[in-house]
Design a protein around this ligand. Structure first.
Ligand SMILES: [Zn+2]
Length: 248
């Protein structure tokens, strides 16, 4: 653990998280992420630079627009803080390396993909596919191995079979997300899929308990659960796999 690296990574990652919020808001609508400047969704007033400080501005404004008082979604500080904490953990755990950079890009992408899936029930191609290419390239530069592409395509193929068998529960977006999980997690990607599937069962069971048969038609975004699995496998995968191998 290197907490100095974590501290150095934290502030830039907060800024990246702030940019990811723009991506999550605009990309699904086909709007440019570079202009115009950010404005209040409710009254259209441009966000002043001093009100655009990640997390801090949200707290100082108590989650409301300075001009009209409309609520600012909790998603904004959540994406900023999630991106920054995960990136800091990557550099603390993996040191100052290409692998840490790949892991941080992986985590930031997972945060943006999860937020988009929760808000709009889509896994955006324009985040997941470029992220998979960049993460794969960095992983190969860090440690050249067929592990990364094999895990990526293996995980995608596995979810493709699952999506064909159970089309109501999974989409092609989840298949592409599995590709990203594989190139980032490598041989520990089965753990990511297991954790993702098991944690996704929890809200499914709650919905079923509350609504009975009607719950079958209620869609649950799957990407945030796969993303959680991907992060668990990234940080704890090798420990879990070696513990398991020692048991059998
Ligand atoms: Zn406003």
């Amino acid at each position: 653990m290197n907490f100095a690296y974590a501290a150095v990574a934290f502030a830039p990652a907060l800024a990246v998280g702030s940019f990811l919020n723009v991506v999550v808001s605009r990309l699904p609508l086909g709007r440019s992420v570079s202009r115009p400047r950010s404005a209040c969704m409710h009254c259209g007033a441009e966000i002043r630079p001093r009100d655009n400080i990640p997390v801090l501005s949200y707290l100082l404004l108590r989650g409301r627009c300075r001009d009209c008082g409309a609520a600012i979604g909790l998603r904004y500080p959540a994406v900023e803080l999630g991106t920054a904490l995960l990136a800091a953990a990557c550099f603390a755990d993996f040191g100052f390396s290409l692998h840490a950079l790949a892991a941080a890009i992986f985590c930031g992408s997972l945060v943006a993909i999860s937020a988009t899936d929760i808000e709009r029930m889509i896994v955006p191609n324009r985040i997941v596919l470029p992220a998979a290419v960049v993460v794969l390239a960095l992983q190969l530069a860090w440690r050249p191995s067929i592990e990364w592409p094999v895990a990526g395509f293996g995980a995608a193929f596995f979810l493709l079979l699952a999506a064909l068998a159970y089309p109501a529960g999974m989409g092609m977006g989840d298949v592409k997300l599995a590709l990203l999980l594989g190139v980032a997690d490598g041989r520990t990607v089965p753990l990511a899929i297991i954790v993702g599937t098991l944690t996704a069962l929890v809200p499914s069971i709650v919905l079923f308990a509350r609504h009975g048969r009607a719950a079958r038609k209620m869609a649950i975004p799957f990407a945030p659960f796969l993303a959680l699995g991907g992060v668990v496998a990234l940080f704890f995968g090798h420990d879990v796999v070696s513990w398991y191998v020692n048991q059998v």
